[in-house]
Unconditional design. Structure first.
Length: 193
């Protein structure tokens, strides 16, 4: 038979062990230190990338620009990928939409930068990377779910060029986009210049 002191000691150790496990888990999902929950700033950006291997699919990146910024409502093809410039409120809605997807996110306090698109490590998933001053968050999902998972994010975008780029991006993965005019922005297609 175990003495009362020994039993109390064991109970205390078990409770401390449980609290030791629960406390770190709780801190990962609450507070504004998390990348996805943090407020949007001029350095916040989101990249979507999946290369199925049949031909190179350029990543789509969203960056913040003020409506008075000449880059706003543009989407140049840069070395890191097609870059669509959107408002702060659109970026916040995009981040909220990503949180609603229910994905598992890996977060780091390191603020990464998007480098050369041709050097992105290939994985068999739609890779999503969010960068802000708070750090970097990465996740991904089965490419078979690109159409159903990304379509709800259309509602976050009100900038015409950004919405069009996001829809064209999905169309390249055989998603059906009703009413999409693929020729609306001829400068998107490099061979049309």
């Amino acid at each position: 038979m175990i003495s009362k002191n020994r039993r109390s000691y064991i109970i205390c150790i078990v409770l401390l062990g449980i609290l030791g496990i629960v406390a770190p888990c709780g801190s990962q999902t609450s507070g504004d230190a998390q990348v996805l929950r943090s407020s949007v700033d001029k350095d916040t950006s989101i990249r979507f990338f999946f290369d199925p291997g049949n031909y190179f699919h350029v990543p789509l990146i969203f960056r913040v620009a003020a409506p008075s910024d000449p880059r706003f409502n543009t989407a140049p093809l840069l070395p890191e990928g097609r870059t669509a410039f959107i408002s702060v409120s659109e970026m916040q809605k995009m981040k909220q939409g990503l949180m609603r997807m229910g994905l598992s996110w890996q977060e780091s306090k390191k603020e990464d930068v998007f480098g050369d698109a041709l050097k992105i490590p290939s994985t068999y998933s739609m890779a999503i990377t969010v960068i802000s001053l708070k750090g970097t968050a990465t996740s991904g999902f089965d490419p078979k779910k690109i159409c159903e998972n990304l379509a709800p994010l259309d509602s976050a975008l009100t900038t015409p060029r950004a919405l069009w780029e996001f829809q064209v991006f999905r169309a390249e993965y055989n998603c059906r986009i009703p009413g999409l005019n693929g020729k609306a922005y001829p400068d998107h297609w490099p061979w049309s210049r």
